[in-house]
Design a protein. Structure first.
Lengths: 932, 502
């Protein structure tokens, strides 16, 4: 500890404390513009200068406390300099009534100082005018208001790691610049908004999303969680209650996301108030039978051209439905579902829940299907994302959740990001990866597509599509060969090592190089970097899991971690990055055909008895069908009635032409959603549900962090909370459900699990808790799991050696190119939310296929041309985007766009273990289309 | 590499360009010594004259070229010409250039130290047998001070860096002299490069460093070549490289060419530049001796400091003390420019009076009378002509209200528009401000504009500029901002009547 005095007050602070922090402890506020506690201090605005008795004054934000220092923070001299500095800065500012920040959020920190010091810079000569830049759809730039405090530069480059903003020029001509001084909207800016969030002046200010921005003091705020990806960023919504609209959103402090947000979280919440919201129950008119797709896109008469908004035209679909009362609609649903159950048996019914819904909704939904319908045919989109990872993890280490958090990357010496475009799909988690890399960790990115994270990597391995197992087996071969195996760990915590050793021995770097396309020396270098690291952490995404050999891919990653002793210690572990905000929680809640909540097997009689007691019904001992199996069963007529809550399989499932026939073939389909989705076009009844921002519930993020999402807005029209609708349906089909609140549902769910047992809404607090957590009143929960053994019968993890197998549908002369599908930073899944937000739609309005420049040149395709992509299952037309991200011979399509649905092309083959379909590899043909 | 880094570096360093120039580029200096020699008018005449040539010649006004004795100076590549001699410029443009590398060395008297190459590095050879700590002690005994301007005690600096536990350490020679009126390091590098290298190697031995870097301004190409020849010679002689003189001491020197900018002479800006960033000064402390290049302890000395350190370590502290005038110790290379008969670099005993120096360089040019003195380059406060008695030394000049700086004396005749002179200096600092901190970036620009718009420096304008100076002097991150407005205000102090009244 260091002792010093600040304005004659004695202060004791730890070594390394800056004067500004020490002053704050002593209750002394020092004015500052360039400093923000989250940013590396730079000491450029000089407003925080203090007198430490030296020749010049010291900037308190950068100066570190020294023993015996006598610090004066506010002498007349210092105040006079601060006053002069404010005057200097003000002389280049526009009038306050034209300032982009003061007139909106009202929190211009320079203007506040201007008022405090009564200096306006009016008698100093003004600088030559500097340009405004309105090119970004989400952020307004006014270089004239910029004081070069460099906050945005540090926020962009060091916090978010996006590396877009720098200084250009020198001296009084210096400005901030995006990339090579491009307009912001034409730069590589990813619109995360961190720059505008930290800017103290009117230089970088959010544009309004839906309502004019106002000072947050005039608004109420609600602390909630971002509705998009599994990172689960803590968010604060500023809301105008009277007008029932969100005005502004910002990141808030949390052990996970640390105030960061990405473009979706910060700007993508206005979908809830889109005019297309469903506000009354809808019943299909008699004239709209036999059932078929209603809109041209869903019928398949798509031309890829984007209509305004890119959305369904309600004039095309609404005539098929009539509005109904809740009574009529619920009665109809109950009558039809009960009739199917009673006539064809329980297994003729099935339900899709959603990983976008809360734990409470997921729990109730599976309870409805299991206890009310009497079948285990209940699944959700985890089947389409991490089912294979879950299968491999349960088999290998006895638990499917992450063994450590994304934030633990800060403790890693080596980081492997496998098959994940994290910068686009988990942007805030990726920001921590980039930060860890900047702090010295070795970053290895292995992916056929070169995502933005690859630009930061020490080793970027562009694997040939579908060759992961060969690559990872080879890494393990080198690690064993070089004796970088953690023998002690392997001996104490694993079994089946010999079998692994035998299998991977064949995968020499030379042999693997021929399969995966990475040079043998590079394979060796990566293996050494990983093997020698004292702690190594593995993140993976859909590039690993969404394959017919997805489980094998995950098995090899698990083996790699076990082999090097990288589970159960800080900075090490396995982290399959969960895609949906609540895919972890929906799985925890039992929205899986083979298990009840907390992964308790439906086939285990003791477990079943427990749930039968809890739910008061006898339950089916047969594991149910998975998502794609249900679709197939519907196609074949074995499943006749379906309840779909918040999912949109028409766009999200593979081989859409088959999905179309399956949905049309159902005797009865009820869809509960907030918009009339592509899937809902096939519905007999559509129930208007609540949007994320309208309801209370808990959500479990990729880290196992259980957080409370809170209602921000009132529901429109007659829309109802999902849990109430589920209760009403259940009661009407003869299985009464009665709860007074989501909290009561949570208590019931938690009581049936180990992982959630200790949690209550109260002890989850504002930033949630990690499960498992014996003491949530006092402890955030365990970051690292399995420090001492695994939840398997033997307490050990198992190596599951696997061989590489080729993809199911290889390119040939007819279909010579590999199609990969996935998401974009700006959009979410089937686009039903994101395409209805102003900002995200403005940023990425249109479907496209991304293609390597050489392939494009060969095919005579130029940027923006229309191209036709066909597979054995369908074809679409859409624009081409030429990009070095793709490898030669491979193209990429985002699957968000109904007018050019990527899943018309994909293959509905399944992984035998995880039952996940092949989204990442099918053979297609690419042709230029004339008259684009 | 992120695109913003390319943008920020390529627009920060004056020597970087994103596009080739339209034609050949004639760099014309407009700073203090050249300003006194009529650089602006010369430049206009040149522009008019060259406009008639078929070939496009890009005339670019640049900051001080370090050729103040040839004012008004211009450079076409490595060829230096006087911009007021159009026929010379045309001759050079036509390809009739002078060789720049084979000028004979001047006789630097006591500073020369050795008779021939055979003796080079003999001080280092002897020192390698001694306790490294002894070196700093001798320098402290001699009370040698840094010759780059800050005058920090050299022996103390060496012992502080020697005491740092972290490794590796670095020795850096700051050869980036760029202040108007300053060019003495240029002559030293050209004539005595081996003494610079020997001083660096001695420093390496003293502090425990194996790597030395000479950071040299890009305008000093012939000097860089002289230095590189000396490095090559030293390696041949086993005075640099692995296992120096077979004593198990490794030390080698590389040359880093500055991408341009006065601010890079500020030692932490220099470090930032070496680390491939914008050369913007760091907040201090920590000082480079503790946290320097790549975060490692780093000893940074001026070119001349290394030469004198070698001399002291060769001949002892008493020798050094005996070199000065009574009451002063040592000698100093002084750059002399302005309206004098024989501008150039002079080696003079510390304590020599300004008047004595003026005599040595032949007095004022014919027909000119002394009007003002800048005794320490453009950043020093001007002194009135009645201060010829002041002795050239750190304390004496400070007491007189100015400073010795790096030892650059500029004599001004009494027929200059002193407000223009003051503005010229202020504009130099405004132009060379890196822009990192608010007071310097904004304050220097506002002050220049205030005076330009008012056309006077008195009354309200004087009060405003004085207020700005007070803030710049106390809150700027580095010396540039701290002194930017001082010379201008010193003219207002000494010559209130010449500031054209309000």
């Amino acid at each position: 500890m260091i002792e010093l005095s600040i304005d004659d007050r004695p202060v004791r602070v730890p070594e390394g404390t800056t004067l500004i922090d020490a002053a704050q402890r002593a209750g002394v506020q020092i004015p500052v513009l360039c400093h923000d506690p989250r940013l590396r201090p730079v000491g450029v605005c000089r407003l925080c200068v203090v007198d430490v008795g030296e020749r010049v004054l010291a900037a308190a934000c950068v100066r570190v406390c020294e023993p015996g220092m006598q610090v004066r923070t506010s002498t007349p001299e210092i105040e006079s300099h601060r006053s002069t500095l404010v005057d200097l800065l003000m002389s280049d500012q526009d009038d306050p009534e034209h300032d982009a920040r003061e007139t909106t959020l009202g929190d211009n920190a320079l203007l506040a100082l201007s008022r405090q010091y009564e200096r306006s810079g009016e008698d100093l000569p003004a600088a030559s005018p500097r340009p405004a830049d309105t090119s970004s759809p989400v952020i307004a730039v006014d270089h004239g208001a910029c004081i070069l405090c460099d906050r945005c530069i540090r926020a962009c480059d060091e916090v978010q790691g996006n590396d877009v903003i720098g200084r250009t020029g020198k001296g009084h001509a210096a400005r901030i610049a995006f990339d090579l001084d491009q307009p912001m909207g034409e730069s590589t800016c990813v619109s995360c908004g961190e720059c505008a969030a930290v800017c103290p002046t009117g230089a970088l200010v959010d544009k309004p999303v839906s309502a004019p921005l106002r000072p947050v003091e005039q608004l109420e705020h609600v602390d909630s969680v971002c509705p998009y990806c599994g990172v689960g960023c803590a968010i604060r919504y500023h809301v105008d209650r009277a007008a029932n609209e969100i005005v502004h959103a910002e990141g808030r402090e949390s052990p996970g996301s640390q105030e960061r947000l990405c473009v979706k979280g910060r700007y993508g919440w206005d979908y809830a108030q889109h005019p297309q919201r469903l506000t009354r129950p809808l019943i299909r008119r008699d004239g709209a039978y036999p059932k078929a797709a209603l809109s041209r896109d869903v019928q398949g008469h798509h031309d890829g051209r984007r209509r305004p908004g890119g959305l369904v035209d309600y004039d095309e679909v609404m005539p098929a439905f009539r509005e109904a009362s809740w009574e009529e609609a619920l009665d109809l649903v109950a009558r039809r579902l009960s009739a199917i159950r009673d006539t064809h048996g329980s297994d003729a019914l099935a339900g899709f829940g959603s990983a976008k819904c809360s734990n409470e909704e997921a729990y109730l939904f599976q309870k409805l299907v299991r206890a009310g319908f009497g079948t285990n045919n209940v699944d959700h989109c985890t089947r389409l994302c991490h089912a294979s990872s879950v299968a491999a993890l349960l088999e290998g280490i006895g638990s499917a959740a992450v063994t450590t958090t994304y934030g633990d990357v800060a403790n890693a010496e080596a980081i492997l990001v496998a098959g994940s475009n994290a910068a686009a799909n988990h942007p805030v988690a990726a920001s921590f990866f980039k930060q860890a890399h900047r702090a010295g960790a070795t970053l290895i990115v292995a992916d056929p597509r070169r995502g933005d994270l690859a630009n930061h990597a020490d080793h970027y391995c562009r694997l040939k599509p579908g060759t992961d197992v060969a690559f990872y087996n080879s890494l393990m071969q080198v690690i064993i060969e070089e004796d970088l195996v953690d023998h002690d760990y392997v001996a104490r915590h694993t079994e089946n090592y010999e079998a692994l050793r035998e299998t991977v021995a064949r995968y020499t770097p030379e042999m693997a190089a021929k399969i995966c396309g990475i040079e043998a020396d590079e394979i060796r270098a990566v293996a050494l970097a990983f093997g020698r690291a004292k702690s190594a952490i593995i993140f993976w995404g859909m590039g690993i899991s969404q394959h017919v050999y997805g489980t094998n891919n995950a098995r090899s990653l698990i083996a790699l971690a076990l082999l090097t002793g990288n589970i159960g210690k800080p900075g090490a572990g396995l982290h399959p990055l969960r895609g949906q905000n609540n895919v972890q929680g929906a799985s925890d809640s039992g929205l899986i055909p083979m298990v009840y909540p907390d992964y308790q097997s439906v086939a285990d009689p003791a477990v079943r008895e427990k749930f039968e007691r809890a739910w008061g019904r006898s339950l089916s001992p047969d594991p149910g069908l998975t998502v794609v199996e249900i679709t197939a069963a519907a196609h074949e007529g074995r499943v006749k009635g379906m309840y779909i809550m918040g999912e949109n399989p028409f766009l999200s499932d593979p081989n859409v032409n088959k999905v179309r026939r399956a949905l049309a073939n159902l005797d009865f389909l009820v869809v509960q959603d907030i918009f009339l989705t592509e899937t809902a076009e096939f519905a007999d009844v559509i129930l208007p549900a609540s949007a994320y921002v309208e309801k209370l519930g808990t959500y479990t993020n990729t880290d196992r962090r259980v957080q409370v999402g809170r209602p921000v807005l009132r529901m429109p029209g007659e829309a109802r909370p999902d849990w109430e609708i589920l209760c009403d349906v259940s009661t009407r089909i003869g299985y009464p459900m009665k709860y007074t609140s989501p909290e009561e549902i949570f208590a019931e769910f938690a009581s049936l699990t180990d992982a959630y047992r200790t949690f209550t809404y109260a002890n989850l607090g504002d930033t949630g808790r990690l499960w498992p957590n014996p003491d949530p009143e006092h402890d955030d929960g365990p970051v690292v799991l399995f420090s001492d053994g695994f939840p398997t019968p033997s307490g050990r993890a198992t190596f599951v050696p696997v061989d590489w197998t080729a993809a199911r549908e290889l390119p040939d002369d007819d279909y010579p190119i590999v199609l990969n599908t996935g998401r974009l930073l700006e959009h979410w899944h089937t686009g039903s939310m994101t395409r209805r937000t102003r900002a995200l739609d403005a940023l990425e309005p249109e479907a496209f296929v991304s293609i390597h420049p050489d392939d494009a040149a060969e095919l005579g395709i130029a940027e923006g041309d229309f191209v036709r992509i066909s597979s054995r299952r369908g074809r679409v037309e859409l624009r081409a985007r030429i990009s070095q991200r793709e490898s030669r011979g491979a193209v990429f399509m985002p699957f968000h766009f109904r007018e050019a649905a990527a899943n018309l092309l994909t293959l509905d083959e399944l992984d035998p273990d995880g039952k996940i379909p092949e989204f990442k590899f099918c053979a297609v043909k690419v042709e230029a289309v004339s008259g684009g | 590499m992120p695109l913003h880094r390319l943008e920020s570096l390529s627009t920060y360093y004056t020597h970087f360009r994103r596009r080739p120039p339209a034609g050949r580029r004639l760099a014309v200096c407009r700073d203090l010594s050249c300003h006194l020699a009529g650089a602006e008018a010369a430049c206009e005449r040149l522009r008019a004259a060259l406009a008639e040539r078929d070939e496009a010649v890009e005339i670019e006004r640049v900051s001080c070229l370090g050729r103040c004795e040839q004012a008004p100076a211009a450079a076409l590549g490595e060829q230096i010409v006087r911009s007021d001699r159009i026929e010379d410029v045309v001759r050079v443009l036509d390809g009739q250039s002078e060789p720049v590398d084979d000028r004979p060395a001047a006789d630097w008297g006591e500073a020369k130290l050795y008779a021939g190459r055979g003796q080079h590095f003999s001080t280092l050879r002897a020192a390698l047998d001694a306790d490294p700590a002894e070196l700093a002690r001798v320098l402290e005994e001699a009370a040698l001070r840094g010759m780059g301007g800050a005058a920090f005690a050299t022996g103390r600096k060496w012992s502080l860096v020697a005491a740092e536990p972290a490794n590796p350490k670095f020795v850096i020679c700051n050869a980036d002299e760029s202040e108007p009126g300053t060019f003495k390091d240029r002559e030293i590098l050209r004539d005595l490069p081996h003494l610079v290298l020997e001083g660096m190697a001695l420093a390496g031995w003293a502090i425990g460093a194996e790597r030395g870097i000479v950071f040299i301004r890009h305008e000093y190409a012939p000097e860089r070549r002289a230095l590189e020849r000396a490095i090559a010679d030293a390696r041949v002689d086993a005075a640099l490289g692995q296992d120096v003189f077979g004593r198990g001491f490794h030390f080698d020197v590389e040359v880093f060419v500055s991408p341009g900018g006065y601010i890079l002479g500020e030692e932490t800006a220099l470090l930032e530049c070496l680390e491939d960033r914008r050369g913007e000064p760091r907040n201090k402390p920590p000082f480079p001796g503790t946290v320097g290049l790549f975060g490692q302890p780093t000893l940074i000395n001026n070119v001349e400091t290394f030469v004198h350190a070698t001399g002291i370590l060769a001949r002892g502290a008493p020798w050094w003390r005996g070199l000065g005038e009574p009451g002063h110790a040592g000698h100093k290379f002084i750059s002399v420019s302005g309206d004098v008969e024989r501008p150039g670099v002079y080696l003079v005993p510390f304590g020599t009076s300004i008047g004595g120096l003026l005599e040595r360089c032949g007095g004022m040019r014919a027909g000119r009378r002394l009007g003002a003195i800048a005794p320490g380059g453009a950043s020093s406060n001007f002194l009135p002509p009645d201060r010829l008695d002041v002795a050239l030394d750190f304390e004496t000049l400070q007491q007189a209200g100015s400073m010795l700086g790096s030892g650059a004396v500029i004599f001004l005749a009494d027929d200059h528009d002193l407000l223009e002179v003051g503005l010229n200096v202020a504009r130099f600092f405004r132009n060379e401000s890196c822009g990192k901190c608010v007071p310097c970036r904004v304050g220097s620009e506002k002050a220049v504009k205030l005076v330009e718009q008012a056309g006077v420096l008195s009354g309200k304008t004087l009060a405003r500029v004085s207020e700005l100076h007070a803030t710049l002097a106390r809150t700027s991150i580095c010396g540039l901002g701290q002194v930017a407005l001082a010379p201008l205000l010193s003219l207002a102090e000494h010559y209130p009547d010449l500031m054209r009244g309000e």
